[in-house]
Design a protein around this ligand. Sequence first.
Ligand SMILES: *[C@@H]1O[C@H](CO)[C@@H](O)[C@H](O)[C@H]1NC(C)=O
Ligand SMILES: *[C@@H]1O[C@H](CO)[C@@H](O)[C@H](O)[C@H]1NC(C)=O
Ligand SMILES: *[C@@H]1O[C@H](CO)[C@@H](O)[C@H](O)[C@H]1NC(C)=O
Length: 451
Amino acid sequence: MKCISVTLALSLISSLLPLLAASDAYASPQRFEHRRRHQHVAVHVGDAQTTSGSALANKHVVSSERAQTNSKTQAKSEAFTHPGVLVSNAQLRYVKSQLGLDQDGNLTTASKTPWATAYSHFITANYTSLSWAASPRANVECGSYSNPNLGCTDERQDAIASYSLALAYVLTDNDAYAKKAIEVMDAWAKTLQTHSNSNAPLQTGWAGAMWPKAGELIRYYYGHKWPSSKQTRFQSMLRDIYLPTIINGSMSNGNWELVMMEAAIGIAVFLEDRSSYDKAMHTFQKRVPAYIYLASDGSLPKTVPKQNLNSKDKIIAYWQGQSKFVSGLSQETCRDFTHAGYGLASIANVAETARIQGNDIYQTTDLGKRLRRALEFHTQYQNGEPVPSWLCNGAYAGDLEGMTEVGFNAFFFRAGKRMPQTREYTVSRRPQAGNSLFLAWQTLTHAEQPN
Ligand SMILES: *[C@@H]1O[C@H](CO)[C@@H](O)[C@H](O)[C@H]1NC(C)=O
Ligand SMILES: *[C@@H]1O[C@H](CO)[C@@H](O)[C@H](O)[C@H]1NC(C)=O
Ligand SMILES: *[C@@H]1O[C@H](CO)[C@@H](O)[C@H](O)[C@H]1NC(C)=O
């Protein structure tokens, strides 16, 4: 099955040429043309073990057209768009065009900000080091508040490294980055058997949100050069070890279920698993209104039935003792802004993935309204607005830790909405490099991103 007909390859190339000609003015056309021709063919060779090559090839062409020409469509196709977890091909092409790197992957006089500054941090970070060494374990054991921490930090950092290296490969075209990413992914795929102890669901969500981002980039751009045995092993790890732990969600604080759904949705895109995608998206869409309050919800926040929050007192306790509800407040605001930030970040990440997959839930649900209010609400206090006495007893803990870039871009830059507080906060925190848990390089991928 390791071949693709010449006719098919040629028809793919000719169907892609008009798209390429229409690509954005900044792109470095030759590199991208080469890449896209090569990659579309390569992807299908790589996938031939599970799906008939030509059927999948056609799906991919359709998907790319859709993503390029009509990203706002709400059409729900059976086909998944790749790469399609958090970042799309069009987005990466745009970043690449703004970076204007030379052949060695170094910045040039043509490199533009804020991407260039973000890239400097990125390409010199430990996570993109070609000497990164994976530290896999069979049983990753994670207790509450990292006690015990047996492989938890290692697993998360290896997952972040794999995505960072995959992204470095896409931006520089240097194969060494792809090879290193695959080495890290395979080290875990060969070793990992289980996650255990009380934080296992959260840990599985954090690491599981990152792995499919790496897988998407490597499969799409490195294609058949990703050995199929390693690819299969990586897919099995996500399907058999991650997905079952996260797919049914969590009754804990909202950031748990939100990142678990982010992970499940990313894994489902990578595995082209429509039923898991739909199930996780359904859970996610019920959870968002129970995480961010809007005045239009009524006197109390919404709940999800399985939580059994059937009295006002229980709801207030779950909202960390906060009894006055205002638009933009989150369930974890009065716990601390750090955890609230995790929840808001997962909401933005999932919305971005859903949009790439053809359902712009920023627009088609009230998620956009909730997320935008929540970003403005929290960043105003981070920008120095005094905390009123009715809010969290007059003081908040923690810090959003720079998680605003994806949501800010969606509302301010792409949709042209006012976001004065989020803008001030976001610009002052650039480059947002991530949190070493489940966020990485969002200024690089999403700042001023028109796609
Ligand atoms: C690229 O940057 C690296 C490290 O900063 C440097 O060693 C190398 O000489 C640069 N290459 C070019 C072509 O400037
Ligand atoms: C990698 O860098 C991050 C961010 O600076 C840091 O938190 C982490 O501990 C580093 N990890 C390793 C293994 O060096
Ligand atoms: C998730 O829920 C489904 C049905 O509600 C159940 O069949 C399955 O065993 C659950 N999975 C796990 C890992 O608990």
